[in-house]
Design a protein around this ligand. Structure first.
Ligand code: ZN
Ligand code: ZN
Length: 231
């Protein structure tokens, strides 16, 4: 349907400033006006390869991460989880402004082209409960749009149900922190060799680590992590 007709039957307003968005702009940036889209903070250039913390010296890895081990090569956040990007992500996830999916997919697509043109995207899978209730999956919505643009996307991972995790008990959960995600028994293809693991928000890195380990123990050679924002 033409975006001009859409303007009439379902007017759209900017998620950030509330300005009404018309025609062409609506097709380009979704529910974000031109000025807000242009004023998003630039991604910090110097950052720790593992936690994304901004760095001020010559090092590539921050002090905290030097004392930790990571199975993935680096994590690249589009934004820090604060200010306008945080508002956008919240309204995408919580209030379900689904029309933001294309906006995010465009940004993710650019980064993939620049940094990892040879890599295959693996979206972090949702909770099984979410699949059962057919709840909207905000990560998958972006992955699907990337696929439509020709980006290779595979889904070899599954997430354990929370009951399964609970049944492990506190100690068991600690010891099995890396078992929250596993390789899907239904995935019968060759393991993707170079993977960009994609998620919405990176907080402690536990999800990325668990997914990355599951991939690496099943034949993947390298994992990089790309997220919309880092908390
Ligand atoms: Zn705006
Ligand atoms: Zn770090």
């Amino acid at each position: 349907m033409s975006t001009y007709i859409l303007d009439w039957i379902a007017p759209q307003y900017c998620v950030l400033c509330g300005l009404r968005i018309h025609g062409q702009q609506r097709a380009v940036s979704g529910p974000l006006c031109k000025s807000c889209a242009n004023n998003l903070p630039p991604s910090p250039l110097l950052r720790c390869r593992f936690c994304g913390t901004e760095l001020f010296g010559e090092d590539e890895i921050c002090y905290t991460c030097r004392n930790r081990t990571h199975s993935y090569e680096e994590v690249f956040p589009l934004f820090r989880y604060r200010d306008a990007p945080a508002t956008l992500i919240r309204s995408y996830k919580m209030s379900q402004r689904k029309s933001l999916a294309s906006f995010w997919a465009n940004l993710v697509y650019e980064v993939l082209q620049q940094r990892w043109p040879e890599y295959v995207v693996v979206p972090v899978p949702p909770r099984p409960e979410k699949i059962k209730t057919r709840e909207w999956d905000q990560v998958e919505a972006i992955a699907t749009r990337l696929e439509k643009r020709g980006v290779p996307v595979v889904r070899p991972l599954v997430r354990m149900a929370s009951e399964e995790q609970k049944s492990l008990g506190r100690e068991g959960r600690k010891a099995n922190a890396s078992k929250g995600y596993e390789y899907s028994p239904e995935y019968h293809f060759d393991a993707p060799q170079l993977v960009v693991l994609f998620d919405d928000v990176y907080t402690t890195g536990a999800t990325a680590e668990a997914c990355s380990r599951a991939l690496l123990t099943n034949g993947t050679k390298k994992v990089a992590v790309l997220v919309l924002a880092m908390d």
